[in-house]
Design a protein. Structure first.
Length: 179
């Protein structure tokens, strides 16, 4: 990675970051760096990925990060979980998403609940889910006329009947079980 100098970073700079270690993201030329997540983060992510993958139709696929979402040269985000159109690609990034999921931890709460929803909304991502292991809930945002609206907030045994990007039932208590 080049030395940090005044000016903007671009996706070309991301190509120079190490594949191992912290997660690097780019927002309007500013580099965001986050570090490894907790066990509960990984447990919730794994459980949700299995639920989504079992219901995923053939034209879509469910993928974990660190696959980057790059809708343009000044934005590159690394969602925890993505649902994308199925296509052959050898890149480590995509430019189209059907669903993005972020699992909140204390060090990413503001980014995941405030910043990223606005960025995904501007990029036209149809659905954004925030999974919160600390509070045991899932917040579901869906794009309506270019703006995210809160479709549901589910916790405990309450079943969320997702329609976007495909029909699937999500029960938060199944994501946060003690392992």
């Amino acid at each position: 990675m080049r030395p940090i100098e005044p000016g903007e970073f671009t996706v070309a700079d991301l190509e120079l970051t190490p594949d191992e270690g912290p997660r690097y993201e780019l927002v309007d030329g500013v580099m965001l760096v986050t570090y490894m997540s907790s066990a509960i983060h990984q447990q919730a992510l794994g459980a949700l990925m299995m639920q989504l993958a079992s219901a995923c139709p053939e034209h879509l696929e469910v993928l974990p990060g660190p696959l980057e979402f790059r809708p343009h040269n000044r934005l590159a985000l690394v969602p925890d979980l993505l649902v994308v159109p199925r296509k052959d690609s050898s890149t480590r990034w995509v430019d189209e998403l059907a669903l993005v999921v972020e699992v909140v931890v204390s060090t990413t709460r503001t980014v995941d609940e405030v910043l990223k929803p606005r960025l995904y909304e501007r990029a036209g991502v149809p659905a954004y889910w925030v999974v919160d292991p600390e509070e045991g809930k899932v917040t579901v945002l869906e794009l309506v006329d270019g703006v995210y609206v809160e479709r549901d907030v589910v916790a405990g045994e309450k079943v969320f009947e997702a329609t976007l990007p495909f029909p699937v039932q999500i029960v938060p208590s199944e994501l946060f079980r003690e392992r």
